[in-house]
Design a protein around this ligand. Structure first.
Ligand SMILES: Nc1ncnc2c1ncn2[C@@H]1O[C@H](COP(=O)(O)OP(=O)(O)OP(=O)(O)O)[C@@H](O)[C@H]1O
Ligand SMILES: [Mg+2]
Length: 332
């Protein structure tokens, strides 16, 4: 456990990403007002249905996606106020592992070349030590170093994901975004990769933003969980608390919907449940909210603390909610 005096490794504040308008409509915020912290050596699980903004959040945090507003601090340094060259220097602290191990490894590079590339780019191992480091990395992810001269097509999905993990860890990052890292794998392989990510965290003290639509896996790996809905975090807290006592109807539905392997069925269940009856989608709604507070009168935040380590929004956003007027003006 980190103490209150340990500063977070990653601090994300009020992050928004806006994609340009389609067919003459207003620009839509893919994510809006997203804030969270990740402590050193810990995992934040980010869950939510397809299109809720999880990947956009991960890319924006890594500064691979232009942001509209907000700040991202890694190791106390604001990535949103850096020059390109400063940001390049920060890249060795933050890496990513993506969902598809078939498209993420270059088919015409050997494993040795794939793992040597980040070492060269970030000058993190002298040339005469590269081979040694590649062997070390393969051992770290439980692969035989003798396989380093093979090409990705010689490996299974699970082995490829081990290689992708080794590549992410090559430069000793402090933080890795894992975007659906096991979704493309069979169940048995999923368990092995999850166990590997966990043991690497214990060994290396790396922090993860672990993005997944599979809530069971997130429960296993995450210290904290954030639930995303239509581009906003609607509930966040210690994993045990959010799973055992979900406070937002959307979180309850997501949990009820497990296991629903069929996204269409999950969407249908969510549509039927109409949580906006109790969690209004209008910011100016009058009368007591689900937690008994009349925000129209008090002007207080709609983010409620359930416990010291668990918060929830009393709102439910309408589909394709437009940007606030002042943001729209900034966009044009
Ligand atoms: N390049 C883009 N241009 C326009 N809209 C985009 C772009 N990328 C994402 N979006 C939109 O932003 C929203 C969030 O998408 P995102 O990919 O972040 O969701 P996700 O939670 O990762 O979904 P999934 O579980 O399917 O991976 C979606 O409405 C999507 O259509
Ligand atoms: Mg995604």
């Amino acid at each position: 456990m980190t103490s209150a005096t340990t500063p977070p490794l990653l601090e994300v504040e009020d992050l928004s990403v806006v994609f340009p308008a389609r067919r003459g409509g207003a620009p839509v915020a893919a994510i809006d007002g997203v804030s969270f912290d990740i402590a050193p050596g810990q995992t934040l699980g980010l869950v939510g249905q397809s299109g809720s903004g999880k990947t956009t959040t991960g890319r924006a945090v890594l500064r691979l996606q232009a942001i509209h507003r907000g700040s991202v601090k890694l190791l106390g340094r604001d990535l949103t106020r850096m020059s390109r060259s400063e940001l390049r220097g920060m890249r060795r602290h933050m890496q990513f592992v993506l969902q598809n191990p078939y498209s993420s490894l270059h088919p015409r590079m050997t494993i040795a070349q794939i793992l040597a590339e980040p070492l060269r780019v970030h000058k993190s191992a002298p040339e005469n030590r590269t081979r040694e480091r590649v062997e070390e990395l393969l051992t770290l992810v439980n692969m035989d170093p003798a396989t380093m001269h093979r090409y990705p097509n010689a490996f299974s999905g699970g082995q490829r994901q081990r290689i992708a993990i080794a590549r992410a860890l090559a430069v000793n990052p402090d933080f890795v975004v894992c975007d659906e890292p096991v979704s493309a794998l069979d169940v048995q392989t999923q368990a092995q990769i999850v166990a590997l990510l966990q043991s690497l965290q214990e060994k290396l003290g790396v922090s993860y933003l672990f993005i997944a639509h599979d809530l069971a896996i997130v429960r296993e790996v995450a210290h904290k969980v954030a639930v995303m809905f239509r581009g906003r975090i609607i509930e966040m807290g210690a994993a045990g608390q959010v799973y055992d006592a979900p406070a937002h109807p959307y979180t309850q539905m997501l949990l009820d919907a497990v296991p629903v392997p069929d996204p269409a069925l999950q969407r249908e269940r969510l549509r039927r449940a109409q949580p906006e009856r109790h969690f209004p989608d209008d910011e100016t709604a009058r009368g007591p909210c689900a937690f008994g507070e009349d925000h129209a009168l008090s002007g207080t935040s709609r983010w409620h603390r359930v416990t010291a380590e668990h918060g929830v929004s009393c709102r439910f956003w309408p589909e394709n909610s437009p940007l606030p007027a002042h943001d729209r003006a900034m966009e044009t």
